[in-house]
Structure formats: C-alpha cells, structure tokens
Unconditional design. Structure first.
Length: 136
C-alpha cells in the first residue's frame, strides 16, 4: 500500500512538473506571438508612413511648381506650399493626443487579437446552448 501511494505521489509530482513546464512554454510562445504582432503592426505603420510622406512630398513639390507657373513667381508658389506644410504641422500638433490614442489602440488591439478569437469562440459555443430570450 505504501509503495502504491509513493508511486502515485511521484507520478503526480511528475505530472505537475510537466504541466508547469508546458504552461510556461505556452506563456512564452504567446508572448512571442504577441510581440511579433506588435512588431508587424509597427513595421506596417512605419512603411505606410514613409510612403505617405513621399506621396505628400511629391504632391507638394508638384503643387509648388504649378503655383509658381500660375503666379509667375517661384518664391510665391513655394511660399504657399510652405504655408500648407505649416498648417499640416499645426494639425498634427493640435491632434497629438488623438494620434497617440489611436496608436495605443492599434497596439493594444494587436496584443489582444489572440484573446478576441478565444472570446468569439467561447461566445459562439455559449450562444448555441442558450435559449433565445422571450419577447415582452
């Protein structure tokens, strides 16, 4: 009897150790996945920002040359474009908190995207077993 209990406790200890190791490995893999998603979102945002920067730059250069031609003054044309850049800079400065909040929300949604899948699966299984609400 004593040997059986020792064997059971040894097996239980081994099972708990294995469970703990597997749980830690799962936590590490989830962290790697979430970090990877955040890096992917930030890389995408950086690439998109660079492309938008070049698009705006070339559009403003084109506008500067166009205005220069219309106004017969290179200085006036590019001064107007510089004024547009100042307006864009002021818009970004005045919307600093909105922009920060948007970036934070994007990063948090990237971190929690794995959790939404689990929540959706849980809701769909619980909704299928629930009774429909009665009409009043």
């Amino acid at each position: 009897m004593r040997k059986d209990t020792e064997r059971i406790f040894r097996e239980l200890k081994d099972d708990i150790s294995m469970y703990t190791e597997l749980k830690l490995e799962l936590i590490k893999l989830n962290a790697y996945e979430r970090i990877g998603k955040v890096i992917a979102v930030l890389s995408y945002g950086l690439l998109l920002s660079a492309l938008i920067l070049f698009a705006i730059l070339f559009a403003m250069l084109t506008l500067g040359f166009l205005l220069s031609k219309w106004l017969d003054s290179t200085t006036a044309g590019f001064a107007i474009v510089a004024g547009l850049y100042v307006i864009l800079i002021l818009l970004v400065i005045f919307n600093k908190y909105r922009i920060r909040l948007q970036v934070i929300n994007i990063i948090i949604s990237a971190l929690n995207s794995n959790g939404h899948k689990k929540d959706a699966a849980t809701k769909s299984t619980s909704e299928s077993t629930e009774q429909p609400p009665l009409a009043h």
